[in-house]
Design a protein around this ligand. Structure first.
Ligand SMILES: [Zn+2]
Length: 421
């Protein structure tokens, strides 16, 4: 009998991890961190019979603990080449940010490259005697995958994070997934509905042009992986006049370099290359000051004004009403970004800033909303049984309830719960 143990991301977002066991063999899908201070990880699992580790995508809530696993096993890591390279970058950054307060060492991080068997979408690989693995495009960030495991005739799909809608950066998740018997699905936005993508892009461009024409500077705090590149592609597509410089700061630049090497994961590689050549890079604090004074568009991590260079720009730009700060992702309550949207004041580095700059929100989601999620899940053939993870507790319950109302079998597993399939 095959078993799945839910090691994490149960009624929460963070530390994803799933262990599959069949007779004398096992397989791990994701092993991520919960980004608290210090980060938390799923409980350790026996690794003697591990046949491989499959990784859905590079975000640390899925990849953050992979070096810990690889330091204890010879088993291979299976993911797309883009996921491998982006994970290495994010893991090194996590190591620096946490000052090494992690259950693995800096020397364990390169194991992600050394033990990786780079895997293409749609390629099927046997793992041990009992498992067979295929990756499908998940449309969430470049290189992101759904992991499909066949174990003695039963097919299990781990969706990871997914977005069924195409964006200027990503191709959408694979349409028409094959038959599955069990689906372990994310539920991040199970209680939300995203406005039409094209309308958000138009509104974003309007905000940008309006600001530039009145002589202001636009600051777009954005995640380094995915969102920053999405913004660059949107700006490229809408032909922002050349007289307005576009600056890209921080880790987003390194992500650009990685994605230029992996064009197969991009919606439009030529447009992305044009966007990268158009953008000016920032090296130091002198460049930052110049960029803030010159008028133009600054794309910089972190997406919620917490860490990264975006808070440095914020300090330089907040007091001029000609400037605009555009938030492009959901702002977690308690972050400076959420405070800014709610009160127009924000505490950064121990000081409270009253904000005179214009503040806007144009949310470019990289997850499907409730409708998109249900649509994709319902179209998976084989009447699969659903296990709902990776969402706030209420979101997990909501998706479970919605699926049950449609006559589907659905459950919300608790952490470390084991089910037989
Ligand atoms: Zn993600």
């Amino acid at each position: 009998m095959t078993q799945i143990t839910f090691l994490g991301s149960c009624r929460e977002i963070g530390r994803a991890g799933f262990l599959m066991e069949e007779i004398d063999e096992s397989l791990l899908v994701d092993y991520g961190a919960k980004l608290t201070e210090p980060p938390k990880f799923p409980d350790t699992v026996p690794l003697e019979n591990l046949q491989g580790v499959a990784l859905t995508h590079a975000h640390l809530d899925h990849s953050g603990g992979i070096p810990l696993i690889l330091s204890k096993t010879e088993a291979s890591l299976f993911c797309t080449p883009a996921t491998r390279d982006l994970s290495l970058l994010l893991l090194r950054d996590m190591y620096n940010v946490t000052k090494g307060r992690l259950p693995f060492t800096r020397n364990d991080i390169p194991l992600v490259r050394r033990q990786c068997q780079a895997t293409a979408y749609e390629e099927t690989l046997p793992l041990g005697h009992h498992f067979e693995m295929t990756l499908f495009n998940a449309g969430h960030i470049p290189g992101s995958a759904m992991v499909s495991i066949r174990v003695d005739g039963t097919r299990v799909l781990f969706t990871g994070d997914f977005n069924a809608i195409e964006s200027q950066l990503n191709l959408g998740a694979r349409k028409n997934l094959p038959k599955h018997d069990v689906v372990v699905t994310e539920s991040t936005y199970a209680r939300r509905s995203n406005p039409d993508r094209a309308e958000i892009e138009e509104a974003l461009i309007d905000s940008v042009i309006e600001t530039l024409e009145r002589g202001g500077t636009v600051l777009i705090p954005a995640f380094a992986v995915g969102r920053s590149q999405e913004i660059m592609c949107i700006l490229e597509r809408h032909d922002i006049p050349q007289k307005y410089p576009i600056y890209v700061d921080g880790m987003a630049r390194k992500v650009n370099e990685i994605l230029v090497r992996h064009p197969e994961y991009l919606q439009n590689p030529q447009a992305f290359s044009r966007a990268v050549s158009r953008s000016r890079t920032i090296q130091d604090s002198r460049d930052r000051k110049r960029a803030a004074e010159n008028g133009g568009i600054i794309v910089s991590p972190a997406g919620m004004l917490k860490g990264g260079a975006s808070h440095l720009y914020f300090k330089m730009l907040h007091d001029d009403p000609r400037n605009t700060i555009i938030m492009v992702s959901f702002q977690i309550p308690g972050t400076p970004g959420a405070e800014l949207l709610a009160t127009n004041k924000v505490k950064v580095g121990g000081r409270t800033y009253e904000v005179d700059a214009d503040v806007r929100m144009h949310h470019l989601s990289s997850h499907s909303d409730a409708k998109g999620m249900l649509n994709l899940l319902q179209r998976i053939p084989g009447d699969p049984e659903f296990y709902v993870v990776h969402g706030e507790s209420e979101s997990c319950d909501k998706l479970e309830e919605t699926l049950q109302k449609k006559g589907r079998k659905a459950h919300v597993p608790e952490v470390n719960e084991t089910v037989e399939i």
